[in-house]
Design a protein around this ligand. Sequence first.
Ligand code: SAM
Ligand code: SF4
Ligand code: SF4
Length: 348
Amino acid sequence: MKHRNPKINRYYMILPGDDLLTRLRKRLTRRPVPKFPRNIQIQTQTGCNADCIFCPYGATAEGQPHGKMEWDLFRKIVDESAHHRVRRISPYLMNEPFVDRDIFHRIRYINEANPRAKVIITTNGSLLTPAVVEQILNLGEGLHELAISVQGIDPEAYEKTMRGGLKFGRTMANVEHLLAEMRRRQTTRPALWITMVDTEVIDARKAVEYWRSRGVNARYTMLENRGGNIADAQSYARHEEMDYFSDCTRLFKQAYIKFNGDLVLCCTDYEAKIILGNIRDKSLYEVWNGEVATEIRRKFLTNRIGEISLCSVCKVDREKEVEVRSNRPIAINVPPPSPGPSTPQAQA
Ligand SMILES: C[S@@+](CC[C@H](N)C(=O)[O-])C[C@H]1O[C@@H](n2cnc3c(N)ncnc32)[C@H](O)[C@@H]1O
Ligand code: SF4
Ligand code: SF4
């Protein structure tokens, strides 16, 4: 299957048939695929306590192996990353990062072994208890950015989106507590973002404006059908027709490592359908530059996306992503807009 009107990708590979002019044009207009991933996502432990409507987790978790990454493997990845230009390490992938009780040791290890890499985490916020907040803030400068996924500012739409038992009031109370503690300690680390996926189910614009008025950075991002794994994504997309993701850059700059060492195609590959290799017995460098990974990238860049099962059906809702940085100080104890519940206490 060929994609109609594929968008030009920002990355390039030099291919055997490229003449001098083609090579030069590529060099001048695009980026080479790096020899080592710029960003690394590591699934330190499987598992999530939610089942969001747009996430393949709920439907796939049962059929997938579960486990926790051994420390030797975790150290090996981080140690190797220190020898390369890695911008970011995120110790989570297709899971909720705070289910891993070792997460704070892991972040400290990254800070020590690769101090140049930023540590960035995205969480659903439900496990941000006061004890967890305390540990996050005790990391000092260690956690660079924390994004909290709060799908909208309306309790009903939130719980309709973040299914599986997450409670709007509880998450909001957790966020309030974190904000209050950051303000009390006068710290701006981790850089805090409230993030959400723009769908017809929530009012993302209203929510972003709410957080901005509170002095909190907020953004909404494009809905994806996650490699075709979310069959009904179109029904709550904001555009009538989602668009093929042919300008996706994930497989050119980011590595996605499962708890057992499998390097999978990308963050949509919840069932590990496309494994680029395993890094228990090989280095990440070897697998990243191996024949499987190279051939997939080549296909992607030469209009043969149809030969990559997940990419061939992967679509995005092309609503522009919006980030609103707040330059106001964080305001606490402002209740959520009606009909939100009165702000409950964060749960210990
Ligand atoms: C897969 S989650 C993992 C971390 C954590 N469980 C959470 O929800 O924040 C990472 C991010 O991907 C987003 N996400 C999940 N499914 C998505 C989809 N179909 N399209 C766009 N973003 C999605 C989530 O909202 C979250 O912000
Ligand atoms: S988006 Fe995050 S919180 Fe929601 S089900 Fe997926 S992994 Fe869990
Ligand atoms: S499935 Fe392919 S196109 Fe979709 S996000 Fe993954 S790498 Fe990108």
